[in-house]
Design a protein around this ligand. Structure first.
Ligand SMILES: [Zn+2]
Length: 426
């Protein structure tokens, strides 16, 4: 490969992805508009016309904003690469700091800071204009800013040491640096599974043991039934930030704990909460969670192997608008990592339906698990309420859904659950 071939490939994939995304999202908007006047027959008894139309308007507004962001992001990506943004940052910092770790870490920090600043206006617009308009925003500007500071601190205390390790391995660990880097990343991934709920989340939210004794007893008996050994059931004040929610999550290892957002507790009946928990437990008991971590681990080795190959290719830098530094060894390592972080968005989208297929299969399996250990009817009504509360459309464009959604569309999921219920009844 030479630089111009790679450049053409990069621009080709970027344009293809852009055109594909614009096409899928405009299809989505048209599809929702066509189905806006009437609740689809399958949902007619479950969702009001008013809620259906709110979901349509909300989804269309989000999708239109997404279309604008698509172009902004493409310009930013080109700005960093072929228009010389990264090169400029690199030259400036290299002149100021000279070769060495300070230059490399400096470039990483500068790049992260610039990217975050570029994202700020759209984050703000999303929270305080879009979400606000549809009644989902519960955040004050102060809370938004505090969250941002906390996230930056977390990013710095976790990300900087991790990158420092990568760069140290690249410089000092010889040909097998990428194996060590992959191992460290996998270790970090597992560590975060424990640290995130135990250390970082309490910084953002309050956790309290579940107070509703009747519900607690019911959920504990479900966990016992399916053989899931969790200790604690918690509630979390998700409503502090957003009217969305209806969410829950389950921790890992010996610290296994189940956390419900207060928004979910407020909106769903005990039976519905039980069915939704049964679905989540399904992901655990069917080993989806473990499998995902194993796939991710294998994937990490692939990623770092690829970085190891690319970092030694001149065309990789030049094709993306960067002239490698020739003074001193390993000065380009940080640039290789940064460039590599930018390219997956360009080359991976066309393959996203393959990932969705795998993820949907697991959703159907977890639904079947829930139908077996709890009630399919309660899961259906819980899902419908969740859609309604979140103003999620039940009429997405089917093709767009294949690219973007990890979960099957509501209609298919409910039909699947109804079939399961039918099979069990007969
Ligand atoms: Zn699921």
């Amino acid at each position: 490969m030479n630089s111009s071939t790679f450049f053409v490939l990069f621009i080709g994939f970027l344009l293809t992805t852009l055109i594909l995304k614009v096409w899928l999202n405009t299809r989505h908007i048209r599809h929702i508009q066509r189905h806006r006047a009437q609740v689809p027959p399958a949902f007619a008894s479950k969702i009001s016309l008013e809620a259906h139309q709110k979901a349509a308007d909300y989804t269309i507004a989000k999708t239109k904003f997404g279309l604008i962001l698509l172009f902004v992001n493409a310009v930013v990506l080109l700005g960093f690469t072929v228009f010389g943004g990264l090169q400029w940052l690199s030259t400036t910092l290299f002149a100021a700091l000279g070769p060495g770790m300070w230059y490399q870490m400096g470039l990483l920090v500068a790049f992260s800071a610039v990217s975050s600043l570029i994202d700020l206006p759209s984050d703000y617009y999303n929270q305080f204009v879009l979400e606000e308009k549809f009644g989902f925003n519960r955040m004050s500007l102060q809370l938004w800013l505090t969250d941002m500071v906390k996230n930056t601190v977390i990013g710095a205390v976790t990300g900087l040491p991790l990158f420092w390790l990568f760069l140290t391995f690249m410089a000092k660990a010889g040909d097998l640096w990428w194996v060590y880097a992959a191992c460290v990343t996998i270790g970090f991934m597992f560590l975060m599974q424990v640290l995130w709920p135990a250390v970082f989340m309490p910084w953002f939210n309050k956790f309290e043991p579940m107070k509703d004794v009747a519900l607690k007893t019911r959920l504990e008996s479900l966990m016992q039934r399916v053989g899931f050994g969790a200790r604690d059931l918690f509630e979390m004040d998700g409503s502090k930030r957003s009217g969305h929610g209806n969410a829950m999550f389950v921790g890992m290892g010996s610290k296994k704990r189940i956390v419900f957002y207060d928004t979910l507790m407020a909106n769903l009946s005990h039976g519905e909460i039980e069915a939704i928990l049964a679905h989540e437990l399904g992901h655990f008991m069917l080993k989806h969670v473990v499998k995902r971590l194993v796939y991710m681990s294998v994937f990490m080795f692939g990623i770092f192997f690829l970085i190891n190959y690319l970092k030694n290719q001149l065309w990789f830098y030049e094709g993306l608008g960067v002239t490698p530094i020739l003074i001193g060894e390993h000065q380009n390592d940080v640039m290789a990592l940064l460039l590599f972080s930018l390219i997956p968005q360009v080359f991976s989208f066309v393959f996203s339906p393959l990932l969705s297929i795998a993820s949907r299969k697991q959703e159907y399996e977890a639904d079947a698990f829930a139908a077996e250990h709890a009630s399919a009817d309660e899961l259906i009504s819980g899902l419908v309420k969740t859609y309604e509360e979140n103003a999620a459309t039940v009429t997405p464009d089917p093709l767009r859904s294949k690219f973007y959604d990890s979960h099957p569309p509501a209609a298919l999921r409910i039909a699947h659950l109804e079939a399961l219920r039918g099979a069990r009844a007969s």
